[in-house]
Write a protein that binds this ligand. Structure first.
Ligand code: ADP
Length: 249
């Protein structure tokens, strides 16, 4: 086993009633990298995300997380093992404040194992301190008492990242983190993803090619459910098949 690989798929396949949405995909995501999945609409990117996080059952192939076969593992267990999908599924309560949202996320992570923690006198202080650290780390310092609903779109997404980080993931899957964002928010989230990737692995689906070029160590290009090319941005943008199929030149 290659110890550098944190997530690997072998022959990953998904069929929806006879329609093959993902076909024989071998994905190799290295620890500590930012890995982007790109490709035209319908290429199978979201389906791959849903398969590796086990939100969808596979039709064929295997999924390995840190060398362990998770092809039949339940989604909650996948999250507990450290691979967490952000954005589309994370719950932000609009009418609670930033601080309340992050505190709830932190509380969710605590289980019966931490019974002693709950009983400790400083429990609330420590929960608050940890929440404030997370809020600061996503660039929301100073907005602790603002209601989530009053945040700009980009800052809401930063809050979603904070609630996801409360689960302390090793691998974060980000589904179109820049979708619908203005220039300023894109800059903020780009910086945040770069910071996250210092001690985590990031796998993201993103349409904004300049963001992909700027952030990614490795890019996998999907087309009609299959891998068309893989490599650095410089490598894939030289690939004639990619240029023709994806970039239109
Ligand atoms: P992308 O994220 O790259 O836009 P998707 O993974 O969403 O692509 O979809 C890949 C293909 O699979 C599309 O043709 C889509 O219509 C099809 N598909 C996705 N989910 C389902 C489903 N639940 N049932 C049937 N077809 C689906």
């Amino acid at each position: 086993m290659d110890a550098d690989l944190v997530l690997e798929t072998r022959g990953l396949t998904k069929e929806f009633r006879g329609f093959i949405a993902v076909k024989d995909v071998d994905l190799r995501v290295r620890r500590g990298t930012i890995h982007a999945l790109i490709g035209p609409n319908g290429a199978g990117k979201t389906t791959v995300f849903n398969l590796v996080t086990r939100f969808l059952p596979t039709s064929g192939g295997r999924i390995l997380y840190k060398g362990r076969d998770i092809t039949a593992t339940r989604p909650a267990e996948v999250a507990r093992l450290g691979m967490v999908r952000s954005f589309q599924i994370s719950a932000v309560f609009p009418h609670l404040t930033v601080l309340e949202n992050v505190r709830i996320a932190l509380q969710n992570r605590l289980t019966r194992d931490t019974y002693r923690f709950w009983k400790s006198e400083r429990c609330l202080d420590r929960l608050n301190d940890r929440a404030l650290d997370l809020i600061e780390s996503v660039g929301l310092g100073g907005s602790e008492q603002q209601k989530a609903t009053d945040l700009s779109y980009g800052r809401k997404r930063a809050l979603e990242v904070a609630t996801t980080l409360a689960l302390d993931p090793e691998v974060m899957l980000l589904d179109e983190p820049m979708a619908g964002m203005g220039h300023e928010d894109i800059g903020r989230i780009t910086a945040l993803i770069r910071r996250l990737a210092k001690d985590r692995t990031v796998l993201m689906v993103e349409h904004n090619l300049s963001v992909v070029a700027d952030l990614s160590d490795t890019i996998t290009v999907l087309q009609r459910g299959q891998v068309l090319a893989e490599g650095s941005y410089a490598e894939i943008s030289r690939d004639p098949q990619v240029r023709q199929a994806y970039m239109g030149s």
